[in-house]
Design a protein. Structure first.
Length: 211
């Protein structure tokens, strides 16, 4: 039984990876996209041509040039936070502005500064999103876990945990479990059908890879 399990799990490093890549792109599975939030989500997965045969599925990572660019030169929040560096609201807004501009690395810095001033589950969830968009799935999952420890029914953290587990860790079972928990706690959510379709497609991908 152990050998069979090991063989099945190994399948996710090749055939299933390509299948999941197509599923994610077709369904538009992106972190934070199901909710109205501060981010401007983009697909967090490489195309099949970019997908490695083995190893971790690469999350979307902003380019180095994007890290160096000012997030939004015209946004006054960055100047305001300079004159009031411990203002929680301004720090949170600056993080949101950086995320909208595609500068996730800078966003993490503002979110971390905001959380030093005050603990806030919304900001911590945004930090998890920023970590993933910066290419660090492990830190992303750790932030979502902290949110879910305080609020086990948190819809954003449950949904995004599933996205990161699937795209960042290639953990299909973990992704499905997170999304099923989301549906359990939020049976009337307007995005229920989308989440159900995602679960269905990921399960089908597993069966196709085994076949």
């Amino acid at each position: 039984m152990e050998n069979q399990t090991s063989t099945a799990d190994a399948g996710w490093t090749s055939t299933r990876a390509y299948i999941l890549a197509g599923i994610c792109l077709a369904l538009g599975i992106v972190i934070g996209a199901i909710f109205h939030g501060p981010t401007n989500p983009v697909p967090a997965i490489a195309s099949e041509q970019q997908m490695p045969a083995t190893g971790q599925m690469p999350p979307h990572t902003p380019s180095d040039s994007a890290h160096m660019m000012p997030p939004v030169a015209s946004d006054p929040v960055f100047e305001k936070v300079k004159s009031d560096p411990n203002n929680f609201d301004l720090l949170s807004q600056a993080g949101n502005a950086a995320m909208k501009a595609g500068n996730a690395k800078l966003a993490t810095e503002y979110y971390l500064r905001a959380l030093k001033v005050k603990e806030d589950l919304e900001v911590r969830t945004n930090l998890g999103n920023a970590y993933f968009r910066s290419g660090d799935a492990d830190k992303s999952l750790a932030e979502f876990a902290t949110v879910l420890k305080a609020d086990p029914k948190n819809g954003k953290a449950l949904y995004n945990t599933g996205v990161v587990r699937l795209m960042g860790k290639r953990d299909a079972k973990g992704a499905i479990a997170s999304w099923e928990t989301f549906l359990k706690y939020h049976p009337d959510d307007p995005h229920k059908a989308q989440v159900q379709e995602m679960i269905k497609k990921v399960k089908q991908a597993g069966m196709k890879a085994q076949g």
